[in-house]
Ligand binder design. Structure first.
Ligand SMILES: Cc1cc2nc3c(=O)[nH]c(=O)nc-3n(C[C@H](O)[C@H](O)[C@H](O)COP(=O)(O)OP(=O)(O)OC[C@H]3O[C@@H](n4cnc5c(N)ncnc54)[C@H](O)[C@@H]3O)c2cc1C
Length: 332
């Protein structure tokens, strides 16, 4: 793929009606998770006077979790909201201009990159860093919300440790589910893999790993209908062979319930211009944050379908700021 060839889709760009003034900035950062704030720290210190728009979720995904135990530099762990407040303060210390607003449309067809916030304020930027993250998919059960942070998780790498020696379930049949199940099997006593169909979608290699792991039990043709427990997840109610002969209700005792049915990258607003993969993850030139549009960079979970950790997001935010700085210095 020619990474710097603008997509045909650009031609469809529509200019939104702007009622407020248009502002010119050198470096615009979209998103306030670990990737966005880290990019802001580096871009401020490089004198790029970055303007960062936070989006609806100021601080990003980590503001929805209590304990973060695996971010280096916090030997006693830290809460997600406090950690993101620290990131923000550090970016502000070097002069990053942090504002509330949601990118509602973009026009990356010209030399100046236009991003409209909340359908009314347009920023024209020489360089843009997209750090809009990804959102984990849930089944849509009320009990998932009830037990969020109390046994329900969408990240085995993040939360598996809290279930050491316990029994857990993983939902899903793809590669992620197979990976999460084998990861958890190394920590937990027993792992149920709840699979809707009678086959796994995971690659042959991942399937083999699952089949060979003694403490993984696959519950074929099972669907979760509810979770129960007094002060956190204590079990799940499943339906086996829903709508088929032999349909039955099954209850399992578990302490943790892990969703592994995919993530939705928050890239929709950029798709007219920016190359994404089939799922919607922004495609970057390997080893860099460069997208198919010169001067537009992507960092964090929006371009990472594999690692999805705060520390990797922060690292890629740093890469994006350095890439943006080099791009801007060559623009002069
Ligand atoms: C419950 C939970 C617990 C987790 N625990 C851990 C953990 O313990 N350790 C760990 O390393 N990782 C953990 N993770 C994963 C970690 O949170 C992510 O990998 C990390 O937050 C990704 O950072 P990011 O900056 O790419 O995006 P995000 O944190 O997702 O931030 C995206 C930002 O983009 C903004 N945004 C989105 N769309 C727009 C738009 N259109 N316009 C403007 N802004 C927009 C959002 O408001 C948000 O500020 C956890 C995730 C969850 C959900």
């Amino acid at each position: 793929m020619d990474m710097f060839k603008p997509l045909d889709r650009q031609k469809d760009a529509q200019n939104p009606v702007i009622t407020e003034n248009i502002e010119n900035v050198r470096c615009l950062i979209i998103g306030s998770g670990p990737a966005g704030y880290t990019a802001a720290i580096y871009a401020s210190r490089a004198n790029l006077n970055p303007v960062l728009y936070t989006g609806l979720q100021m601080g990003g995904q980590l503001t929805t979790t209590t304990e973060v135990d695996n971010y280096p530099g916090y030997p006693d762990g830290i809460t997600g909201p406090q950690m993101m407040e620290d990131f923000k303060k550090q970016a502000e210390r070097f002069g990053a201009d942090i504002r509330f607003g949601i990118a509602s449309s973009v026009d990356f067809s010209g030399k100046k990159h236009k991003v409209t916030f909340d359908d009314k304020k347009m920023i024209e930027a020489d360089a843009v860093i997209i750090a809009t993250g990804a959102t984990a998919k849930y089944l849509g059960l009320e009990s998932e919300i009830k037990y969020a942070g109390m046994g329900v998780s969408a990240c085995a790498t993040c939360d598996g440790f809290f279930f050491k020696g316990k029994d857990v379930a993983v939902v899903g049949g793809g590669d992620t589910a197979a990976e999460e199940a084998t990861y958890l099997a190394g920590l937990c006593r027993k792992v149920y893999l709840i699979v809707r169909r009678d086959i796994l979608r995971a690659s042959k290699t991942m399937q083999d790993k699952v089949f060979k792991t003694k403490n993984i039990e696959i519950l074929w043709e099972h669907q979760t209908v509810d979770l129960f427990g007094e002060n956190g997840v204590e079990g799940a109610t499943l339906i086996k062979k829903k709508g088929l002969s032999g349909e039955e209700i099954v209850k399992i005792k578990i302490d943790g319930f892990f969703l592994a049915i995919g993530h939705t990258p928050n890239s929709e607003v950029f798709k007219k211009f920016i190359e994404t993969d089939q799922v919607g993850y922004i495609v970057t030139v390997p080893g860099t944050s460069k997208t198919n549009i010169a001067g537009v960079f992507a960092a964090g979970d929006v371009q990472d379908s594999h690692y999805r950790q705060a520390v990797t997001a922060a690292g890629s935010g740093c890469i994006a700021a350095i890439d943006a700085e080099r791009y801007l210095s060559e623009l002069k």
